[in-house]
Design a protein around this ligand. Structure first.
Ligand SMILES: *[C@@H]1O[C@H](CO)[C@@H](O)[C@H](O)[C@H]1NC(C)=O
Ligand SMILES: *[C@@H]1O[C@H](CO)[C@@H](O)[C@H](O)[C@H]1NC(C)=O
Ligand SMILES: *[C@@H]1O[C@H](CO)[C@@H](O)[C@H](O)[C@H]1NC(C)=O
Ligand SMILES: *[C@@H]1O[C@H](CO)[C@@H](O)[C@H](O)[C@H]1NC(C)=O
Ligand SMILES: *[C@@H]1O[C@H](CO)[C@@H](O)[C@H](O)[C@H]1NC(C)=O
Ligand SMILES: *[C@@H]1O[C@H](CO)[C@@H](O)[C@H](O)[C@H]1NC(C)=O
Ligand SMILES: *[C@@H]1O[C@H](CO)[C@@H](O)[C@H](O)[C@H]1NC(C)=O
Length: 366
């Protein structure tokens, strides 16, 4: 006998073993959640003793028994002969291929319970699979989706305050387990305050990503992800949210400027996170708070600061004035146009005065 033939015999032996001695058995999920008003799918496969193989044809009947396998009142579904008190549903699997996958529609709290499958074929094939059951747990509202924050592709976890640096790439991922529903549930993003959002979804997995580059505009914005099940009479939703805190270098408001009443007053507004500091520089030198240069400061918000400086007349024509704001992320500067002191230019025409105002060089070198 060649090795080849020996192998064949061994292989044949294994095959025979596989075919012979099959027993009744079933594979079912232990627990399933179902949303009331929606549907539920029980994924199901069964096996029969091989002597009944011939009895399992495409006329076979699948039955479901609830909370017991004996009494007639345990029967809640019959694929061949539905009763008025039965649950509405359908065996979507091919029974003759031993697939007992079933869907029940219009789920109510009556569906809570333990389900046992029964197969009835031609001839002697009649079997209750009472060893294993599926428990259906009916819930009234869907579970909250999960929202995760990724910064530069890395997940940020377990932080009270979710801080990201301006300019970093942020990905907000919303995901949810899906319960049976037709149409399938959807995920949507929204924000408070409202800012434009462009999300990308991969519906099969029920994941929705919101990717963007962090800017100060997203500071303290709350992003909310909502899962929506469209049911017959109403929509059922659940949501989860995440609030971003963006850290950014100071920005000086373009409206910062000087005005002239009887004395020149300049103000500067800066915004940054952490809250910035503000300094005034006259001809490149930091200004201290004094009677000649009176400074007052005011916090506008957790990130905003406003400072104003009142200058003595004598300083206005000899100096350049700069507003300098810094925090741990950087520094911003803005040169302010000092209001001209008309006294210094007495005798010159108004026209000349304007020429000087519009020419910085002249002012700085004066
Ligand atoms: C059983 O039938 C269901 C519904 O038609 C199908 O989705 C599933 O893939 C089948 N399972 C197997 C193992 O063939
Ligand atoms: C579910 O119930 C509604 C009314 O309550 C009915 O119109 C609908 O046909 C039912 N759906 C199924 C699949 O039984
Ligand atoms: C969004 O970001 C995630 C993770 O950083 C990435 O896996 C995904 O492909 C991105 N989606 C798009 C549309 O760029
Ligand atoms: C359910 O939501 C869908 C899509 O968001 C909407 O078109 C529909 O009007 C809503 N139905 C009800 C009953 O609110
Ligand atoms: C965010 O979610 C929390 C907890 O679920 C909730 O209390 C809060 O109102 C939500 N905030 C917004 C803006 O939706
Ligand atoms: C400047 O000094 C005045 C009085 O001396 C004080 O009221 C004011 O708060 C000071 N400004 C700053 C920015 O410290
Ligand atoms: C801002 O700059 C000043 C002077 O350069 C420095 O002393 C101060 O620590 C800086 N503040 C911050 C928050 O970095």
């Amino acid at each position: 006998m060649s090795i080849w033939t020996a192998e064949k015999i061994i292989l044949l032996g294994f095959l025979l073993k596989g075919v012979c001695c099959r027993d009744f058995s079933i594979s079912l999920p232990e627990n399933i959640e179902a949303l009331s008003g929606s549907c539920v799918i029980i994924n199901c496969r069964f096996e029969i003793e091989d002597k009944y193989d011939g009895d399992l044809t495409d006329t076979a009947t699948g039955l479901w028994l609830k909370d017991g396998t004996h009494g007639e009142n345990n029967q809640v579904f019959n694929s061949r002969d539905p009763k008025p008190n039965h649950f509405s549903g359908k065996i979507t699997g091919e029974l003759h291929e031993k697939n007992c996958t079933t869907v029940f529609y219009n789920i109510t709290s009556n569906h809570n319970g333990k389900y046992f499958f029964r197969i009835e074929g031609n001839g002697g094939l009649k079997w209750n699979y009472d060893e294993k059951s599926t428990s259906i747990n009916v819930i009234d509202s869907p579970h909250k989706p999960t929202v995760q924050l990724y910064v530069e592709q890395k997940e940020v976890q377990d932080q009270e305050v979710l801080e990201v640096l301006e300019g970093s790439s942020v990905s907000l991922r919303c995901s949810a387990e899906t319960l049976c529903s037709s149409p399938p549930p959807t995920l949507t993003w929204s924000s408070t305050p409202r800012i434009p959002l462009s999300e990308s979804s991969r519906l099969q997995e029920l994941i929705s990503d919101l990717n963007f580059t962090a800017t100060h505009r997203q500071h303290r914005v709350t992003f909310t992800c909502t899962i929506t099940y469209q049911l017959q009479d109403k929509n059922k939703t659940a949501q989860n949210n995440i609030t971003l805190h963006v850290q950014y270098a100071p920005k000086i408001s373009p409206s910062s400027s000087c005005t002239r009443t009887d004395v020149p007053v300049c103000f500067c507004e800066a915004d940054g996170n952490p809250s910035p500091e503000l300094e005034w520089h006259l001809s490149g030198r930091p200004v201290t708070n004094s009677s000649n240069t009176f400074i007052s400061e005011e916090r506008l918000s957790s990130t905003g600061l406003r400072s104003s400086i009142t200058l003595h007349q004598s300083l206005t024509h000899t100096s350049t004035l700069q507003c300098v704001s810094n925090n741990t992320h950087g520094t911003a500067r803005k040169q302010l146009q000092l209001p001209l002191c008309h006294l210094q230019f007495a005798g010159k025409s108004l026209q000349a005065h304007h020429n000087i105002v519009s020419s910085k060089t002249v002012l700085y070198n004066a």
